[in-house]
Write a protein that binds this ligand. Structure first.
Ligand SMILES: *[C@@H]1O[C@H](CO)[C@@H](O)[C@H](O)[C@H]1NC(C)=O
Ligand SMILES: *[C@@H]1O[C@H](CO)[C@@H](O)[C@H](O)[C@H]1NC(C)=O
Ligand SMILES: *[C@@H]1O[C@H](CO)[C@@H](O)[C@H](O)[C@H]1NC(C)=O
Ligand SMILES: *[C@@H]1O[C@H](CO)[C@@H](O)[C@H](O)[C@H]1NC(C)=O
Length: 425
């Protein structure tokens, strides 16, 4: 029988007996009095027990004591923790909490402080990070790929003097691009891919000292800023948004770029001749946009390029032989366009499986568009405004380019960014 049930029955019986005997009202009052005293004593008895030992909150460093309540407060806002990671977030040993890493801060190498947080793949759900990361003054790295954090990014994160890596990818952040990020001068790595950001990216982000900037798979809707080429980034992925307008001619100034993805946006206009100035680039991907015109011969100067994708646009004309002579090309994709001619060097690349020209208008080659489709397109061709630049080759092309050395499989960071869960560092 349930213990609570017995108590209730006893209580009812006691009241019944005393109420039935009106003459013994005084006795009843006395009994009630003792009953109340007894209850009070019983309620207070827990305070009479020896107190539980206070948790040993001896912190390694005063800095950790200061952030302890901030972490505990954040912990209390977490509504889902399917992997149970926050179970380790108790007691003073913050440096051994799952996902927390301590180090000596630069301003005092004998101090110990929280330097890095890595929540990658923890699947935590919390309504906001506001009041958490912005209150951890020595934080240098924050990685939170594949969690379920939402809300907006606090403007207070600009207060963090050491933050240089910020990965908020694959969460549920909303709102426009967090302007506060523009003021974090130390930031070099910014990954906000796979969120629900909308609106525009402020052009100032391209003058910030970033090495890597991943913003693919959001809902940014805007013309690409003219100063895009001011970027110092080595890796820039703009893929899977709604960018419109042309690729800015300033792109030629972005000479640090190793990998750039414009893939799957709504870009229009002709490919700027300046794209051929990216001498260090190994990946250039402008696939699945609405770009038109011929390929500029300047692309023959992309001496490092391995992956070159122009698939799914409205490009036409002859594929420049000088591009097909690039020795580092591993994958040159021109499928789903309206090209009409390929020369012998390009045909050689087709044979080797490097160049893909399926679904174009190159008669005599397999898997081309129908004649009708090609004729209709031809009737609608618009010429590019800077036509003369298309034949300019802004570098010295060697008469003989040696065969490329066999290349082993390479890890291409920007393509990894196109899947949600990959860590990019
Ligand atoms: C509290 O923790 C510190 C460091 O872990 C340890 O040195 C100390 O002995 C502990 N004190 C008690 C009372 O347990
Ligand atoms: C450096 O940090 C240690 C540990 O917190 C502290 O004892 C010391 O006073 C600090 N030194 C300076 C110069 O602030
Ligand atoms: C994310 O959070 C929402 C509610 O905030 C919840 O319904 C959903 O199950 C969470 N998703 C994951 C993958 O934890
Ligand atoms: C070449 O690149 C295209 C476009 O990025 C891609 O779809 C294709 O799978 C690649 N081919 C190979 C063999 O890697």
């Amino acid at each position: 029988m349930n213990l609570y049930a017995i108590k209730e029955n006893d209580h009812q019986q006691f009241l019944l007996i005393t109420f039935l005997d009106q003459k013994h009202f005084f006795s009843f009052m006395m009994i009630l009095y003792f009953f109340i005293i007894f209850s009070i004593l019983r309620n207070c008895s827990s305070q009479l027990l020896p107190p539980l030992p206070a948790p040993n909150l001896t912190f390694l460093d005063q800095r950790l004591a200061l952030i302890f309540p901030i972490i505990q407060n954040f912990k209390s806002t977490i509504t889902l923790d399917p992997l149970g990671v926050t179970q380790s977030w108790t007691g003073p040993d913050i440096c051994n909490y799952k996902g927390f890493y301590c180090d000596n801060p630069p301003y005092n190498t004998s101090a110990i402080s929280l330097a890095s947080i890595d929540f990658n793949g923890f699947q935590l759900t919390a309504p906001t990070l506001d009041g958490f990361i912005d209150q951890l003054p020595d934080l240098a790295i924050f990685h939170a790929n594949s969690n379920n954090f939402s809300g907006i990014i606090s403007s207070k994160i600009t207060q963090l003097p050491y933050l240089y890596e910020l990965d908020l990818s694959n969460n549920k952040f909303i709102g426009t691009f967090p302007l506060s990020i523009l003021n974090i001068k130390t930031l070099t790595f910014l990954d906000i891919r796979y969120n629900l950001f909308t609106g525009i990216i402020p052009p100032q982000i391209f003058t910030q000292n970033l090495d890597a900037f991943f913003l693919n798979n959001n809902n940014f809707v805007q013309k690409l800023p003219d100063n895009l080429g001011s970027t110092s980034a080595l890796y820039l992925t703009l893929a899977n948004n709604k960018f419109i307008g042309p690729i800015p001619r300033s792109i030629g100034q972005a000479t640090n770029l190793l990998e750039i993805l414009f893939l799957n946006n709504l870009l229009t206009g002709c490919i700027p001749y300046e794209l051929g100035l990216l001498k260090k680039a190994t990946v250039i991907d402008v696939g699945y946009n609405m770009l038109t015109g011929p390929l500029p011969c300047s692309l023959g100067c992309l001496e490092s390029v391995e992956q070159l994708n122009f698939a799914g646009n409205l490009l036409y004309g002859q594929v420049p032989e000088v591009v097909c002579s690039l020795t580092n090309l591993v994958n040159f994709t021109l499928s789903n366009n309206y090209f009409t001619k390929v020369g012998p060097l390009c045909r050689e690349l087709i044979k080797k499986g490097i160049l893909n020209v399926e679904k174009n208008c190159i008669f005599g080659l397999p898997n081309q568009r129908s004649i009708v489709e090609c004729l209709i397109f031809r009737g609608q061709i618009k010429l590019c405004p800077l036509q003369k630049t298309y034949s300019v080759i802004p570098c010295k092309i060697p008469k003989f380019r040696p065969n490329r050395p066999a290349r082993t499989e390479r890890h291409l960071i920007s393509y990894s960014a196109l899947s949600k869960h990959t860590k990019l560092y």
